[in-house]
Design a protein around this ligand. Structure first.
Ligand code: N01
Length: 541
């Protein structure tokens, strides 16, 4: 979905800046705010017609965050924390987008953001030590620093099913939902996929559709959200202790706070396990994983929580054959755990059907619908909830050329390589916010963003102080970090399944565990050590 403003002509930008930032999601906005505060000149180029990134594009029905609203927000301004009031425990997409717009206005960011403009190329000029950034609107600007704030889950994955163009109705992707919304009332709807986007949208689409058919390749683990309105008293109390909550969050491996029981599941009796799983289920959401300390490390411990969650699914879904299909057989929480409102209950509705495509995949689209195993399912509209080319997909869309004419795509062919997920050797002065090899998607995204942006702001002003022209990661240090990211991932059961964490959701992508799973505080400590040592592992020239 491109906004109408795209078609309106505007003069091309040609200036020179200290920094160009690509993307005006939470990362790009905060980066701009910090750069400006330090007196640097900057431009942000944003493909969308507004700020918000993920929350600008993902407008599918039921879209909401799975991190509690009080923690899924910027922490850099106490005034902002105090003046903004979230209405629900888990914010719906429109409210997060309203928050992003509020931040843009409150910190007066818009004047330096160029909307409806996609960066197409970034090329390093070795002689000048600067980047030339080009866009699809003809802009050609030069900057000392090029900062990629392109998001981790922002390049939609659209599997190329045979015959797709034959389908007579609309095909929507959850990650690029029409801004005017979609009314499915009275329609026969097919949904492909059962990840987070699907499990959030399916219950809402089912309320409108006349018939809903879900094509499931891998059954999904999901825990109830128990979402609720936040009362004025609750918010008052929470805001009175906001700094403590922020500090507690930063000290957690996930970068957000929830009750966590470090005890190993296998040390508890079967009765105690059942009791603690029930309690955690009643709390719901991602904190369910905090029921015991070893659930993502010990397969035998994981089996106990998987059995518990399968029993929950069987208790909800009335048709035993459907319940069987909905019961995942892989490691619990191996792919990102889903958080739902009435997902499994939806399959008890008479007009909702589940089709297993794990053995016989989707064969093709036809004018009328989708064929699986020789059977044609007829639809008026199809929803592709097929996810994203995670972590690197948005880098792939930009022709990034570094020293010696090397492209980032070439360098990353066998998997992304970045020192601390911040920079890649051969690409001086090119930074990435929440890049591959940083905690990013395994931490609370906004906390991860703030830490990266603050580190970059310190780095860039240090370079100004010492008169450095370029900064570049050292190959050996980068290799050691990439090896560490890989080694530490093998400790977690999360490395064992075919998720987007490892690029395995898309055929042909190299299988590499991309985010850093060693924990947010350990990572922050490492970044601070690097900074305090005068940027160990980087060459400043
Ligand atoms: O994408 P996904 P998503 N034939 O990749 C299926 C975040 N997020 O957009 O599992 C048939 O998880 C695929 O099947 P399989 C969150 O981090 C957060 O749902 O690969 N099916 C899978 O079922 C999340 O993890 C929130 O076998 C095909 C689905 O499509 C991440 O974004 C909300 C297929 C894709 O699931 C991505 O979530 C939404 C094919 N050819 C998203 N190709 C919250 O904050 C793919 N699939 C709550």
């Amino acid at each position: 979905q491109e906004s109408a403003a795209r078609t309106i002509a505007r003069p091309a930008e040609t200036g020179t800046f200290d920094a160009i930032v690509v993307g005006a999601g939470f990362a790009g906005m905060y980066m701009l705010h910090r750069l400006r505060g330090l007196g640097f000149t900057a431009r942000v180029f944003e493909a969308g017609g507004g700020v918000g990134g993920t929350w600008y594009w993902n407008r599918y029905p039921g879209a909401r965050c799975d991190v509690e609203s009080l923690q899924y927000s910027f922490s850099f301004s106490e005034e902002l924390d105090q003046e903004w009031s979230w209405s629900e425990k888990y914010s719906p997409q429109p409210e997060i987008l309203a928050y992003a717009n509020h931040v843009a206005d409150r910190f007066d960011l818009r004047s330096q953001i160029v909307f409806d403009t996609r960066v197409t190329a970034a090329t390093f000029d070795e002689d000048a030590g600067t980047w030339l950034i080009e866009t699809d609107r003809g802009d050609r600007v030069t900057a000392k620093f090029c900062i990629m704030a392109v998001g981790c889950l922002s390049a939609p994955n659209r599997p190329a099913f045979a015959g797709m163009s034959d389908f007579r109705g609309p095909i929507y992707h959850t990650g690029e939902w029409p801004h005017e919304g979609v009314d499915f009332t009275g329609l026969r709807v097919g949904v492909i996929g059962t990840g987070s986007s699907a499990i959030q949208s399916i219950p809402i689409i089912a309320q409108q559709a006349e018939q809903l058919t879900v094509f499931q390749r891998t059954a999904t683990w999901s825990v109830p959200a128990w979402n609720e309105q936040l009362s004025a008293e609750y918010l008052k109390e929470a805001k009175a202790h906001y700094p403590e909550l922020r500090a507690k969050a930063r000290a957690r491996p996930t970068g957000f706070y929830f009750p966590f029981n470090a005890q190993p599941a296998l040390q508890a009796s079967a009765e105690e396990r059942e009791r603690l799983y029930e309690e955690a289920w009643e709390r719901g959401g991602l904190p369910f994983l905090g029921a015991f300390g070893d659930l993502l490390f010990e397969k035998a411990a994981n089996d106990t929580v998987a059995d518990f969650a399968r029993a929950k699914i069987r208790g909800i879904v009335k048709d035993p054959a459907t319940a069987d299909l909905l019961c995942p057989q892989n490691v619990f929480g191996c792919k990102r755990l889903c958080v739902d409102t009435n997902y499994f209950q939806t399959y008890n509705l008479p007009h909702v059907k589940l089709v297993d495509v794990s053995k016989a995949p989707i064969e093709r689209f036809t004018a009328e619908g989708i064929v699986v195993d020789g059977t044609e399912y007829q639809f008026d509209a199809i929803v592709s909830a097929t996810g994203f080319a995670a972590m690197t997909g948005s880098f792939d869309k930009i022709a990034i050329t570094g020293r010696g004419g090397q492209t980032l795509a070439e360098k990353w062919r066998a998997g992304p390589r970045a020192y601390l997920g911040l920079a890649s050797e051969g690409f001086p002065n090119l930074f990435m916010i929440t890049g591959p090899g940083s905690p990013s998607v395994l931490a609370s995204m906004i906390q991860a963003i703030e830490q990266h942006v603050d580190w970059l702001a310190d780095c860039i002003s240090h370079m100004r102080d010492i008169g450095a022209g370029t900064i570049e990661a050292v190959r050996d240090d980068e290799d050691a970090w990439v090896a560490h990211v890989n080694d530490v991932s093998t400790v977690s059961l999360r490395s064992t399944c075919s998720s987007w964490y490892v690029g395995a959701n898309i055929p042909g992508r190299p299988r590499v565990f991309m985010p850093y799973i060693g924990g947010f505080p350990i990572y922050v400590q490492k970044c601070n050590e690097v900074m305090n040592s005068g940027y160990d592992g980087f060459v400043l020239a």
